[in-house]
Design a binder for this molecule. Structure first.
Ligand code: MG
Length: 255
């Protein structure tokens, strides 16, 4: 066969081949899954998430309430009972009695807390203007400070990871108003004495993301560089910095 003949033969056969192909397709389509069946192939039915409910204060049913009718969830870091003032569900620093910590120990958590700095006294400024703090695992401080129109080093203002990470914005409300922190914390992981993975923290201040999966560099030191030292689950700690800062509606969900 010469080339022309081959080409014309192929040209003649092409519609037949095409026809043969289309004749096979109905059989394939019979085997094809419906759209619903296709969608079902990627559906996962287990595990079913636990169903939560909420109390009047909006606390989810699987949360551990940390500030209740008494101070039984807390003790002094120094020794003995927590000596802060608890009245009508509001826990206030009793200056000079020292930091307090939870009896329970936590690793990865979601933490909700509301806090309030009182009206500043005359002359209060910077880090002295109603300072407290929330120490995750007793080591990593999320700063509590009246940072409303109060200049200080930004890596030490409210919602900073103290001396490590400046908040993305200043979401402070005025002194006397309640502020909210919603904190999602992933604890550092250790392999023996070695750091396997640093801690990470997301902080939402008054509904605004101010720390977005921030890597924690180690302990939050006033002086010196942060450092990691191997530890396990540990209490949450609130700071007595000598000021009448209050806390309420504090709850935690281990993750
Ligand atoms: Mg502090």
């Amino acid at each position: 066969m010469n080339k022309t003949l081959v080409a014309s033969t192929v040209a003649l056969l092409m519609p037949l081949l095409a026809c043969a192909t289309t004749e096979v397709e109905p059989e394939k389509s019979e085997l094809r899954l419906s759209r619903e069946q296709q969608a079902a192939k990627t559906e996962v039915w287990e595990p079913v998430p636990e169903v939560l409910s909420f109390d009047e204060a909006g606390v989810p049913s699987d949360a551990i309430t940390l500030i209740g009718d008494d101070l039984s969830n807390w003790r002094s870091v120094k020794a003995g009972e927590a000596k802060w003032t608890l009245q009508d569900g509001v826990l206030t620093v009793k200056p000079g009695t020292g930091d307090i910590k939870t009896n329970a120990e936590f690793c990865d958590v979601q933490l909700h807390v509301e806090w309030r700095a009182p009206q500043p006294e005359a002359g209060m400024k910077g880090q002295q203007r109603n300072n407290s703090g929330i120490f995750l695992q007793q080591r990593y401080e999320i700063q509590v400070l009246d940072s409303y129109q109060n200049k200080t080093y930004p890596n030490g203002q409210a919602a900073s990871v103290y001396k490590q990470s400046i908040p993305l914005v200043n979401a402070m409300k005025a002194p006397g108003e309640w502020q909210t922190y919603d904190i999602i914390y992933r604890a550092p992981k250790f392999n023996g004495e070695n750091l396997a993975s640093p801690g990470y923290v997301t902080v939402i201040h008054n509904g605004v993301v101010v720390q977005n999966h921030t890597e924690i560099q180690g302990t939050t030191e006033w002086i010196g560089a942060p450092k990691y030292k191997s530890h396990g689950c540990a209490p949450l700690q609130l700071q007595d910095h000598g000021n009448l800062v209050s806390f309420k509606n504090m709850w935690v969900r281990p993750l």
